[in-house]
Design a protein around this ligand. Structure first.
Ligand code: HEM
Length: 485
């Protein structure tokens, strides 16, 4: 057999024997002088980076975004500056609670993370397939995730913790209802919508802003799996969604999403009927209709899973001029959490890796650090300000200012109506959809050992809609607590 290329060590030297280690005589022992063997074993030991603490199981794809509507009166973001303009992007879909090898077809929100490689730097939209979230203050996130992960002793998933936390955090009710509905198990990553979930701010060339929420509508149509089918597939093919996305793209069946925003004038935030920065709520589309922005198409599979999907780092703080954050308390916490996770999981220079590196030129004074594998700025100016014509700030790209009032203290959102939107959603469902919702919830709550937890949660369902609470209570063989009636 002739080979074009010689096998080499990582330092480029040809390898004489890759089948037999160097031993003292044919029987051994093995000699420490076999540095090729040592390097091979040692590198293998270091093949894994820590998995993401949440959203560990995922699949990614490359594609592009194309602007289909003029939104320049709302944002100066360059990638949105002209109809027809295309921007390359990378997407990662994921489940939330499972580990890297866990099954795809489980009941869980799906991550929907998009990295736009714009000419003004990267823009990451790190959303989910649901428009709302379980909690609305970052301070509750580690506790919430503990309940979704494994028990510290048994290393098993723990329904007691899940429902204890939810029943004591009634702001979760809207998202719990979505999760337990048909949409809780998408048929594939292609058959689900995506949402930015938080409120963001768009700012135009004149410095005028609006609040916005993103909606990505699947062109493949919404399709879901029932609990039974999801469970069966989880056993038969745990990588079902990963495989589906890869094969669809490989076969030229490129999935696409239409992208819209809801737009709220800044001043409405003070008078809207609930706090528009509360991520447990949706804005009514009657009040703020969808405005078309563009279309996202995924047309290329990654060439290497680890290099592109595992090492991809998405952060809600990766923003470009024309797009700012809002005071949403969850979003504010996420601005810290993601970049911190990336420095820990991938390293201080994660943004220099090919999948994360912006496609435009990066000019800054950051130098050195572990795994600095690029030219590290060579001999160029390494401090600022300088009189050496080094890269300098551009005041036109400064964030627009915003007014702040109030007392600095630990305080909840003013609006504590956790029930109206969950109840509206319940009332919107068809008879069959309600039946499956109740069945899914009863099935999920049955293993909860504490009657107190069950009754507390039934009370929340009842407050959202008396029929909703009554049916869950009946399903569990309990009565709605008198005090909530
Ligand atoms: C992943 C924290 C809320 C969507 C992650 C990661 C962390 C994290 C640490 C792993 C990042 C990595 O290792 O690369 C938090 C915190 C939250 C929060 C502290 C609340 C304060 C949310 C919300 C959404 C969301 C509300 C959606 C609207 C995602 C997605 C990923 C992720 C999609 C996976 C990104 C990827 O594919 O690499 N989150 N999260 N998270 N989070 Fe969150």
């Amino acid at each position: 057999m002739t080979k074009d290329k010689k096998l080499t060590t990582s330092w480029g030297a040809p390898v004489g024997d890759n089948q037999n280690s160097i031993t003292a005589g044919s029987r051994g022992p093995t000699l420490i002088q076999d540095v090729h063997l040592l390097e091979k074993l040692a590198h293998f030991n270091r093949e894994r980076v820590p998995e993401r603490v949440v959203h560990a199981k995922g699949a990614g794809a490359h594609g592009y975004f194309e602007v289909t509507n003029d939104v320049t009166k709302y944002t100066k973001a360059k990638f949105l500056s002209a109809v027809g303009k295309r921007t390359p992007l990378f997407v990662r879909f994921s489940t939330v609670a499972g580990e890297n090898g866990s099954a795809d077809s489980v009941r869980d929100p799906r991550g929907f993370a998009v990295k736009f490689y714009t000419e003004d730097g990267n823009y990451d939209l790190v959303g989910n397939n649901t428009p709302v979230f379980f909690i609305r203050d970052a301070i509750k996130f580690p506790d919430f995730i503990h309940t979704q992960k494994r028990h510290p002793q048994t290393h098993l998933k723990n329904p007691n913790a899940v429902w204890d936390f939810w029943s004591l955090s009634p702001e979760s009710l809207h998202q719990v209802t979505i999760l337990m509905s048909d949409r809780g198990i998408p048929a594939t990553y292609r058959h689900m919508h995506g949402f930015g979930s938080h409120t963001f701010k768009w700012v135009n060339e004149d410095g005028d802003g609006v609040w916005i929420k993103y909606h990505f509508k699947t062109e493949q149509g919404i399709k879901n799996l029932t609990e039974e089918v999801g469970t069966r597939i989880a056993g038969e093919n745990p990588d079902y969604h990963t495989e589906d996305l890869f094969n669809a793209i490989e076969n030229g069946d490129f999935p696409a999403w239409k992208v819209y925003v809801q737009i709220m004038p800044l001043e409405d935030a003070d008078s809207y009927r609930f706090d528009p920065f509360d991520v447990t709520k949706t804005w009514s589309q009657k009040d703020y209709p969808l405005v078309e922005v563009g279309r996202m198409v995924l047309d290329k599979n990654p060439e290497n899973y680890f290099a592109e999907v595992e090492q991809a780092t998405f952060s809600p703080g990766t923003l470009v001029p024309g797009i700012d954050v809002s005071p949403d308390k969850m979003l504010q916490g996420r601005l810290f959490a993601y970049a911190d996770a990336h420095r820990y999981r991938v390293g201080a220079n994660h943004n220099a890796l090919p999948i994360n590196r912006p496609k435009n030129e990066v000019n800054n004074y950051q130098r050195d650090g572990q795994m600095r594998f690029d030219h590290n700025g060579g001999g160029s100016t390494y401090y600022e300000p300088n009189s050496l014509n080094g890269p300098s700030e551009s005041p036109e790209d400064k964030q627009a200012g915003f007014p702040v009032t109030g007392v600095a203290e630990s305080v909840s959102y003013d609006h504590n109506d956790h029930y109206t939107q969950a109840g509206d959603l319940y009332r919107l469902l068809s008879k069959d959809e309600r039946k499956r919702l109740v069945k899914n919830i009863v099935g999920a709550m049955e293993p909860v050992e504490s009657e107190e937890i069950k009754l507390r949660q039934i009370g929340h369902f009842y407050k959202a809609d008396p029929e909703y609470g009554t049916r869950i209570a009946e399903g569990l063989g309990l009565k709605v607590p008198a005090e909530v009636k």
